[in-house]
Design a protein around this ligand. Sequence first.
Ligand code: SAH
Length: 251
Amino acid sequence: MDEFELLLDLHKGAGRQGPGGDSETEKAIELAGIDRNSPLKIADIGCGTGASTLTLARLLDAKITAVDFVQDFLDVLATRAESNGVDDKVTQLCASMEQLPFENEEFDVIWSEGAIYNIGFEKGVVDWRRYLKPDGLLVVSEITWLTKTRPPELNAYWDVAYPEIDTASAKIKVLEDRGYTPVGYFVLPEYCWLDNYYMPMLRRLDEFLARNGNSEEARAIVQAEHDEIELYEKYKAYFGYGVYVARKSDV
Ligand code: SAH
């Protein structure tokens, strides 16, 4: 298995592939003022195995197109949707978030948790805007600086990992500049990283190594996960996930 396949093998057994939480997804629904009883069309972009998709399906009267470019994740999502009794609300779509086969103004809501960074926040909010109906809602989580200044070594790390990381005010300005009216913002609490994402992953690592013959490549992935967790623990005062809610404006 190459590195990508190993990463899939590690992550497809998880309920989520990034920091988040069911109650935080619900909080974003509230903040967006989404009517739970009106029929909606939603795209969940970079859905992984469907953490947010399943919560949206449970809480809303919605037809959800769950998009990811990893078919294995979508297969897990399909099974979970069925066992949660929401498969009639969810359609899986294997596609790149850069080349979505959608019509203009097709969706009431575009949702994306922990995924927009793959094409970059600004490119994502610009590209996806056309798929929103007038007044449609965008809900995205994005890695965000929580402080104005940071330790130089942390800046250096993110300069390489994701140079688009910025403060909430800068992200909100991007939304304003790119045809959205900001509606709300909150920061994912620490447990969304530790209890909901990192701890379940740590519990899967031994099995992952055994499954992959304790190979050098598998061990490198385990080490990288440990390093990432250590970085988070050390610097969590300075960065986190912001959840941004914005409405498409007609200007
Ligand atoms: N929203 C999920 C998954 C977040 S991880 C959750 O919160 O748990 C990011 C997801 O984006 C992964 O499932 C990955 O396969 C997907 N992804 C990354 N690049 C992509 C691309 N270019 N097109 C579509 N999906 C992509």
